[in-house]
Design a protein around this ligand. Structure first.
Ligand code: AMP
Ligand code: MG
Length: 407
């Protein structure tokens, strides 16, 4: 049976970056950039003042005191009309362009205006040229690459695009993810379950996970455990970029998903991974000559198994499809806040709460009763990775944790 690492590597080898489209940047939040972007402008576009104060010549201030004649006032958005010559200064506001001839700005706190407003007295330590001035091009020059392909467009990146006037950006088009829940026992959440039935909790969970990872959900509802019903829904799901099924991938008599997928032309990449929960996970690809492939995940039906499968396999797959650089190393190691008895012949991904303490990250395993226990999982924000084996971990033991996406 494949290890988690080997299975994740296979997912990343299989999934290819999806198609690119040009999108107005206002609608590109959480999208992934697919080409590098050059600034096209210098920023700041002119030498500008970092302070409210007086633009002056440093040589006039070398004794730390000067009485200078005021030439004009320049507010942000204005352009200076005069040149600062020896013995003169220009009153200037934060963000306004530095007048010709000036090489320092003296803070308003270090100044006193004459009653008629014609003169200013400046008292300061000697200032080196450039003090309180932000030079043109300090943060970027026109030909600098300021965003690289693979960057995800969150607030700072969108603000940068706004600054440089890039109103259209090449990004991965929406990732369409079809969600199909399978099982004769399932009823929609609004329905009161009859004898032997349970509500379909996987669909809303997967829906949230997909949207949190910048995907667009194609809901396919519930399919009963019959070949014809499943086949029809699977065919619809294969129109999307990803098809996520839950349930029906174990070894039971009615676990028809692997057969239906194969019959629908989906090539199996792997089935079963050495992990707990979520061992029966199935992954494959439907290749087509005339359009992009569809990637198919058969997630085990137990809700926490589906969640763990999504975090470990679907998240990297979606990121790869979106064109991001995907890093598979567990991002955060944390200390157990309490002792923990780990038991099992497979690596276990145990829901837990990761918190920041003065001495560093600490992680508390959720009181968790296995792969059907959503209640215990709802207090968690990460998974602790316990290697296989029966080990009594003391408080303070350091373990890798996977934050729930998006991290
Ligand atoms: P299966 O993987 O189909 O064998 O299902 C494993 C367990 O998960 C069974 O107890 C199912 O009733 C339960 N299950 C399957 N699908 C769902 C779902 N969509 N929501 C909640 N529980 C489910
Ligand atoms: Mg089932």
């Amino acid at each position: 049976m494949l290890t988690v690492d080997a299975a994740r590597a296979l997912v990343l080898e299989t999934v290819q970056p999806g198609p690119v489209e040009s999108r107005p940047f206002e609608r590109a939040r959480n999208a992934t950039l697919r080409e590098s972007i050059a600034a096209g402008i210098d920023s700041p576009p002119f030498d500008k003042s970092l302070m409210d104060g007086f633009a002056a010549r440093s040589e006039d201030l070398d004794r730390g005191y000067a009485r200078l004649r005021l030439l004009e006032r320049v507010m942000a958005g204005m352009v200076p009309q005069r040149e600062v010559v020896p013995g003169t200064a220009i009153q200037i506001m934060t963000g306004a362009p530095i007048p010709a001839g000036a090489d320092v700005v003296v803070r308003v706190e270090d100044s006193a205006l004459s009653p008629d407003g014609e003169w200013v007295e400046l008292r300061t330590k000697p200032l080196s040229p450039g003090t309180n001035i932000l030079r043109r091009g300090t943060s970027m020059h026109a030909d600098d690459v300021v965003l690289t392909a693979g960057a995800v467009l969150h607030a700072p990146q969108l603000a940068l695009l706004a600054e440089i006037g890039r109103t259209e950006v090449p990004v991965t088009r929406a990732t369409r993810v079809a969600i199909l829940s399978t099982g004769d026992e399932l009823v929609p959440v609004a329905t009161t379950p009859g004898p032997g039935q349970i509500r379909n909790s996987n669909a809303p969970m997967l829906h949230a996970l997909v949207e949190q990872n910048a995907g667009q959900v194609v809901p396919l509802g519930i399919a009963v455990d019959r070949l014809d019903a499943l086949t029809e829904r699977v065919r619809a799901g294969l129109e999307a970029d990803f098809l996520l099924l839950s349930g029906g991938v174990s070894a039971g008599e009615l676990d028809l998903v692997p057969k239906v997928l194969r019959d629908c032309g989906v090539e199996e990449i792997f089935h079963k991974v050495q992990m707990k929960p979520g061992k029966p996970l199935w992954f494959g690809i439907r290749r087509r000559a005339d359009r992009e492939a569809t990637y198919v995940f058969g997630l085990p039906g137990n809700p926490v198994s589906s969640l763990v499968g999504f975090e470990l396999f679907v998240v990297p797959a979606m990121r790869r499809f979106q064109g991001q650089k995907v890093c598979l190393t567990p991002p955060i190691t944390a200390r157990l806040t309490q002792p923990h008895l780990a038991r099992g012949d497979r690596p276990t991904y145990h829901p837990a709460l990761l918190e920041w303490f003065p001495e560093g990250p600490g992680v508390t395993p959720a009181p968790w009763r296995g792969s059907a226990d959503l209640r215990g999982t709802a207090g968690a924000n990460c998974l602790i990775h316990f290697p296989a084996g029966d080990v009594d971990y003391p408080a303070g033991a350091v373990l890798p944790t996977f934050r729930f996406s998006p991290d």
